[in-house]
Design a protein around this ligand. Structure first.
Ligand SMILES: [Zn+2]
Length: 332
């Protein structure tokens, strides 16, 4: 779709010079550009994380060529853009990122991006939920309050940037992606809108299915032994959680005291499942499980997929439905 990248311009200039030297006209180079393979007529989309990679494919289908900067299987929180990634973004028609809270590095590279790349912040139409760090631990472990009160001033209010874990936010992201694709390729606007409508119906169905599971559930509380990215999801569906880690990108391991408190809770409330997150060693969840007899299950937060999931064609919807199956077990 995009007509001139810097490299193409450079090649054109070299070609034109060579052709002029041998007596040919500029028209020849234009002709050869028009007859290039089909992929050049597709909208080039570059995305940061998996959800928007999947959404762009669902909406754009054959009219788009979507590339995810994060390679499958790579943990997303330590990602820094390589120079080759900047080149990749500059070759794109559209660059989709999650938001400045999730990807603060984007703000730093904006200056090095070409002005003809459409840059879309997919959180722009979503109100981020404010989260108080450690909140979940404090709320639930009353006996820890006294000892930890001295740390209260350390509490920072931050936002949970994992907007996509709530399917209703995913719908807003899909709308923004549809708008961007339609702007770049107006001739396909109707197709994009039809695909988006169909896809958003599936997201509505997912939303309803989650509500049904929560409504039927015996309990409304979940224990998480991994890094936690589901605040937006749990808020939406009125579920409580206890998490061993402060946040999704926590670098410090939970203290023995925190783990002991969670073990007590699992025993007292007879919680059947301890969740762990994808693409990480589930050792904390496993130690809680082995101390309590609970089972460990995956709650996939979809930042990125494993290479196997990628090869098997996993989608946001397939991962979320697997989550729902696991959640059903955890809530009973
Ligand atoms: Zn995260």
């Amino acid at each position: 779709m995009k007509r001139y990248t810097k490299l193409q311009v450079l090649i054109s200039v070299v070609c034109i010079t060579v052709l002029l030297l041998v007596g040919c006209s500029k028209a020849n180079t234009t002709d050869s550009k028009e007859t290039q393979s089909d992929s050049t007529s597709k909208i080039k989309v570059v995305t940061t994380l998996f959800p928007q990679y999947d959404f762009a494919n669902q909406i754009g289908k054959d009219a788009v060529e979507v590339k995810m900067l994060l390679k499958p299987g790579v943990e997303s929180h330590t990602y820094e853009p390589a120079p080759s990634d900047i080149i990749e973004i500059n070759k794109a028609d559209i660059f989709l990122y999650t938001g400045d809270e999730m990807e603060p590095w984007v703000a730093k590279i904006l200056d090095s991006l070409d002005s003809d790349v459409m840059i879309v912040d997919l959180s722009k139409n979503i109100t981020l939920d404010k989260v108080e760090d450690h909140d979940h631990e404090h709320e639930d472990e009353e006996h820890l309050h006294e000892e930890e009160e001295e740390h209260d001033e350390d509490h920072v209010h931050s936002y949970d940037p994992h907007i996509w874990t709530n399917p209703l936010n995913a719908k807003v992201m899909v709308e923004d992606i549809t708008e961007a694709l339609s702007e770049v390729d107006e001739s396909n606007k109707e197709n994009f809108e039809n695909n988006a409508k169909e896809y958003m119906d599936s997201l509505d169905k997912l939303d309803q299915d989650i509500r049904e599971v929560v409504k039927q559930a015996k309990r409304k509380e979940v224990v998480f032994g991994g890094r936690f990215a589901f605040h937006n999801f749990f808020e939406e569906y009125g579920l409580d959680y206890v998490s061993a880690y402060d946040s999704c990108s926590a670098e410090t391991e939970p203290s023995a005291k925190v783990i002991a408190t969670i073990i007590d809770k699992v025993n007292e409330d007879e919680i059947p499942v301890v969740f762990y997150e994808e693409l990480a060693n589930p050792k904390v969840a496993e130690s809680i499980a082995s101390a309590t007899g609970a089972k460990t299950l995956l709650l996939h937060s979809c930042h990125n997929v494993s290479t196997d999931d990628y090869k098997n064609g996993s989608t946001y919807l397939s991962l979320m439905y697997q989550n729902l199956e696991n959640l059903k077990e955890a809530l009973n």
